[in-house]
Write a protein that binds this ligand. Sequence first.
Ligand code: BTN
Length: 258
Amino acid sequence: MFNIDEIKENLKTSQIGKRIFLLDNIDSTNLESLRLINSSNAKFGDLIIAKTQSSGKGQQDNVWNSPEGGLYLSIITVSKISELSNLITFTAGIACTEAIKSAAQINVNLKWVNDIIYKRNKLGGILTQSVTRGNLSTNIIGIGINANTKNLNINNNKYNVASLLEITGNKININLLAAEICNYFEKYFKIYQQNPDEITAKWLEYSNIKECKIYFTLEGIRFSGTIEGINKSGHLIVKADEKAYTLISSRNVEIIYN
Ligand code: BTN
């Protein structure tokens, strides 16, 4: 059960989650954030949570199935536009990994670009959207985690899905999870702004992708290669046929996890 007071009791932040909008149902917390921004009523750190979403958005125009029991939230931040903007999604991924460890006591992995996985099953995802004005970008960091949901695989034939409830056998405290995401996001957002290399290093540590095999298609040609790492902007560096390639999108990319 969502409870704003319990979220607040667990918050240790100075900015993130200081204003919480808890909604029973909304089309998408990212869209609601966008409306808040467009009406000039958004503040840095706003947290928008919905118990269900009727039109949840995933990456690459996918639908994000959002029944009751899941955690669907968006955080609003502002940052300078930079070639490092992709790292905001990585920052959120790191925050989710540590928040899940704290609230559900399990170790999850991050999958490039923005999936949260447990043993090859998708547990959550991040969809970051931005509104730019001048040299500033207002970021909407949308996070969806299959928390206390069950049987999401029935509606999904693209990949295997898992929930924290199914993995641990226990209902997790969703208010604690939401608060911990804010706590860790605030911590790592500061690091993103001050020392972004620490974000790429931490993300690599949690992603476990170094030296994994990869298949990718560029200009209609299919390559098979090995992952070398990510660059400072979060792009994937791969080696195929003795050459280095930089991949900026996960479209047409298949990573084979060890
Ligand atoms: C993905 O496809 O992996 C990204 C999923 C992101 C889903 C979250 S749920 C909260 C926020 N609102 C949305 O409509 N999408 C994001």
